[in-house]
Design a protein around this ligand. Structure first.
Ligand code: SF4
Length: 334
């Protein structure tokens, strides 16, 4: 069903390589609108967020809606917004078993304090079983997916080869990246078992199953456009409320910046989970030992984890095999 907060691919011709001039102009206009809204005054962004929450509840019914809650700062602000409107929607925490203990503790306390039902959704497979069977999450979702396919001997589209070739070089492969047989042999010989399956098996699948069991299909999420290009693109294409094959997705705080999040917390005297404060000062929550993005920063997930919890770090490195795969991928772990 179409709402005033959603947008359709047909309007922008998103999947059409031969877009009309009008469609191209529309896409560029949507990008500009997004920038404008992100620059709106803080109080007005709160109004916009509440309008979107209300629209989702009006359109789909309170019973069908839930808050996707990770115990992170963005979902905490989202939760506060929903509560401030008088709704006690069920909160759902996707516990991959790789979440910071501080965020789990915070989520339980936050929900208890506010009288909200919290569901902790667990996958039916353990993280190290996923990595052993399918491969480790390294570099980025897209690159891990390509390397995972190459491990299995699949051919890649030339456009994808362009993307993955620098990574193959980094891993020590100097042959032709489009020779799928050679690439497969190289990856197997070096034990470079990399894959993007982790997110699906530890997060998406258990959440899909929970949605099916609970009958709730409207996920209200604390996603912000400022976080990544992918999130910007999703808004440009689909807007703040959109339907997928099996759920409805709502992004009320999509226009919030990091500064707005902290301003909101200050205004309403909200203390986030401990990971955001001294001595940890983390910028984001999420899985504590994900290899995505770790090749790009000096202060990566593994290095931070060692500072926060040396015992957990040692266990991940030695028992779960991250030290070996990181060494092969030339990623620092300490
Ligand atoms: S964020 Fe990383 S570690 Fe966590 S489920 Fe996704 S791929 Fe796995």
């Amino acid at each position: 069903m179409r709402s005033s907060f959603s947008f359709q691919d047909e309007e922008t011709g998103w999947n059409n390589p031969k877009k009309t001039k009008k469609q191209k102009e529309l896409l560029s206009y949507r990008g500009k609108v997004l920038n404008q809204r992100m620059a709106y005054p803080f109080d007005y962004k709160i109004t916009l967020a509440k309008r979107r929450i209300q629209a989702a509840i009006d359109q789909y019914g309170e019973e069908d809606c839930y808050v996707s809650f990770s115990g992170g700062k963005d979902s905490t602000i989202l939760s506060h917004l929903v509560l401030s409107m008088g709704y006690k929607l069920e909160h759902v925490f996707s516990n991959t078993r790789l979440e910071y203990p501080e965020c789990i503790k915070f989520s339980k306390e936050w929900c208890k304090k506010n009288g909200i039902k919290l569901n902790l959704v667990l996958p039916d497979i353990l993280p190290h079983e996923v990595w052993k069977k399918h491969g480790y999450p390294m570099f980025s979702k897209e690159i891990a997916e390509l390397l995972g396919r190459m491990w299995l001997g699949y051919k890649c589209h030339p456009k994808k080869i362009k993307k993955v070739k620098g990574f193959l070089k980094r891993l020590g492969y100097n042959g032709d990246p489009s020779d799928s047989k050679k690439v497969k042999n190289f990856l197997k010989r070096k034990g470079l078992k990399i894959s993007s399956k982790c997110c699906y098996l530890l997060k998406k699948k258990p959440m899909k199953e929970w949605q099916k069991r609970s009958g709730k299909k409207v996920a209200i999420m604390g996603v912000r456009a400022e976080e990544s290009q992918i999130r910007r693109t999703v808004w440009v294409r689909k807007g703040c409320i959109y339907e997928t094959k099996d759920q409805v997705v709502v992004h009320p705080i999509i226009f919030f910046t990091e500064k707005d999040i902290f301003e909101y917390a200050k205004k309403y005297d909200i203390r986030f989970a401990d990971i955001y404060y001294e001595p940890h000062n983390l910028k984001r929550n999420g899985c504590f030992c994900c290899g995505f993005g770790c090749h790009m920063t000096e202060e990566n997930n593994f290095i931070k984890l060692k500072q926060m919890n040396p015992q957990l770090w040692a266990s991940i490195m030695n028992h779960w095999g991250f030290s070996k795969i990181c060494e092969k991928c030339n990623v620092k772990i300490e």
